[in-house]
Design a binder for this molecule. Structure first.
Ligand SMILES: Nc1nc2c(ncn2[C@@H]2O[C@H](COP(=O)(O)OP(=O)(O)OP(=O)(O)O)[C@@H](O)[C@H]2O)c(=O)[nH]1
Ligand SMILES: [Mg+2]
Length: 489
């Protein structure tokens, strides 16, 4: 306690001292300034002008230095660009660039065409998203009693996207999209549903209670789309009023500002009927749906978001199209990478056979490996630093050194499949071995460049080690054939 008090007193004393120093400084500066003004006054006008010019120059230099120090860094600018929604112009630029590189962009163009159709139709699209059997189709049936919707107690009853036109009470033209549930058996339809969620204006997420891990992840992803999202707890009749309130609270605690409504889309209820003879009859009868809250919440979203609904939808579709473009670019790169790998593998085979003295093949291969890594890096638009390339080759050579005897043995076996080659010369054996090594190295580099977006020597060499053993026999036969053809040519 005493220490704290002493510290306080010391701080007050320091403050007072600082204050005193500040007063002294101000008085001194004012005095000096006034003296200067007096002296300058006595001088000819050009001295005063020169003096002012020097002061101005100093101010400009200080401002420039401050700007240079405090300007936003390139990294920060790039980060803020990531935050900005993707525009049509940016996407079209990327699309054009990809087309120039020979990427087939049909799927991206189809996505943009679909968007254009929807923009022209001017209808509000609402997608129902949720796990299988949560009652998405039943909800549509409740909102649109005449709709022919597939409903089944068995999960996975909806296998494709179905659209139902609906006019809201306020007269808005809506399209309700019934989608396959998440986690259906094959899991292949999840992407279909996710794509459609991106294309719609509003997403209704249908759940049956507290969110499962998958539902939570899906909800987090949907929130990132930044479009109106509505969470519907269906089959609400399963819960007491108190439990329902707890459910609302727990969901809202995880997703702030989320609109949550509970509904009953269908179901059966037990009815006890009094018969004239005094006895009771217990029958199950369909429960009337209770979905008014959903209709009201939807109307409110439409009324409050109005004009921005289109904008939000458009930017989500641009992101969807960009993802499709990236997939197409990667597919095209994979094709090109395959060509690069096979070209260099062939050169390695030829190089090993042409080696004039023992060991020269190693030199040729080091040179070729560098060239192949550079070519792959250029393809993936990743700068290949010399140090990384050298380290990767060193790591690979080390591993090859340890396993060469085995690789040569397998190469020898591969050559035996072609009788009549005569004695297995060292050049031929090495040629087959290098074919196998280059093929594996090329694929390891390409796959690490694609997944990491940069050349990581450790990752690539690890991949090389893991895959060198894959399918060695077939690989040996393939390069034996190539080497023999080379020999005969
Ligand atoms: N108790 C009760 N059952 C419901 C309710 N809504 C739907 N169901 C039942 O839930 C089951 C699944 O309903 P569907 O509408 O087919 O569910 P879905 O989400 O479309 O399912 P998938 O298309 O397979 O993804 C059916 O047996 C429905 O009768 C409800 O509010 N209460
Ligand atoms: Mg369904």
């Amino acid at each position: 306690m005493a220490v704290k008090r002493q510290l306080k007193i010391a701080m007050i004393a320091a403050l007072l001292l600082l204050l005193l120093l500040a007063i002294l400084l101000v008085t001194w500066v004012t005095g000096a300034f006034l003296q200067l003004v007096q002296q300058l006054d006595a001088q000819p006008a050009w001295v005063m002008l020169l003096y002012l010019a020097v002061i101005l120059l100093l101010l400009i230099v200080t401002a420039a230095a401050l700007w240079w120090l405090l300007r936003p860094s390139r990294k920060r600018l790039a980060e803020s660009a990531v935050e900005r929604p993707l525009t049509r112009e940016e996407l079209e630029k990327q699309l054009l660039q990809a087309q120039e590189q020979g990427v087939s962009t049909a799927r991206v163009e189809q996505e943009l065409k679909k968007l254009q159709h929807r923009q022209e139709a001017g209808v509000i699209h609402i997608a129902l998203f949720g796990e299988i059997s949560s009652g998405k189709s039943t909800l549509i049936k409740a909102l649109l009693p005449d709709a022919q919707v597939e409903i089944s107690a068995r999960g996975g009853s909806t296998r494709e996207i179905n659209e139902y036109h609906w006019q809201s009470a306020a007269g808005d033209e809506l399209v309700l999209t019934d989608m396959p549930g998440l986690n259906e058996a094959q899991g292949s339809l999840d992407q279909v549903a996710a794509d459609e969620a991106q294309r719609s204006h509003i997403v209704i997420f249908v759940t049956n209670g507290d969110l499962t891990r998958t539902e939570y992840d899906a909800m987090s992803w949907l929130q990132e789309l930044k479009k109106p999202l509505l969470l519907v707890i269906n089959k609400a009749e399963w819960f007491s009023g108190e439990d329902l309130q707890l459910l609302h609270d727990s969901i809202q605690a995880r997703f702030a500002d989320l609109v949550v409504v509970d509904v009953t889309a269908s179901g059966e209820e037990l009815v006890i009927r009094q018969l004239p003879d005094g006895s009771e009859e217990r029958v199950m009868r369909p429960r009337p749906p209770r979905v008014e809250r959903l209709a009201a919440a939807l109307q409110q979203i439409i009324d409050t978001h109005g004009l921005v609904l289109d904008e939000l939808r458009d930017s989500a579709v641009f992101v969807l199209a960009q993802n499709k473009l990236n997939i197409a670019i990667n597919e095209e790169r994979a094709v090109q990478a395959e060509k690069v790998v096979s070209t260099y593998t062939k050169r390695a085979v030829v190089g090993a056979m042409a080696a004039v003295a023992p060991g020269t093949d190693l030199l040729i291969q080091g040179f070729l490996a560098t060239r192949m890594i550079k070519a792959l890096s250029t393809l993936y638009e990743v700068p290949a630093r010399e140090a990384d390339t050298d380290l990767l080759i060193e790591l690979v050579q080390k591993h090859v050194g340890k396993t060469m005897t085995l690789i040569l043995a397998i190469a020898g076996n591969g050559l035996k499949a072609f009788p009549g080659v005569g004695t297995l010369t060292g050049g031929l054996l090495h040629a087959v071995a290098y074919g196998m090594i280059f093929n594996t190295l090329g694929h390891a580099v390409a796959s690490s460049l694609q997944s990491r977006g940069e050349l990581r020597p450790l990752v690539a060499s690890q991949l090389f080690k893991e895959h060198l053993g894959d399918d060695l026999e077939a690989s040996a036969r393939r390069y034996a054939k190539m080497a023999i053809k080379q020999l005969r040519d």
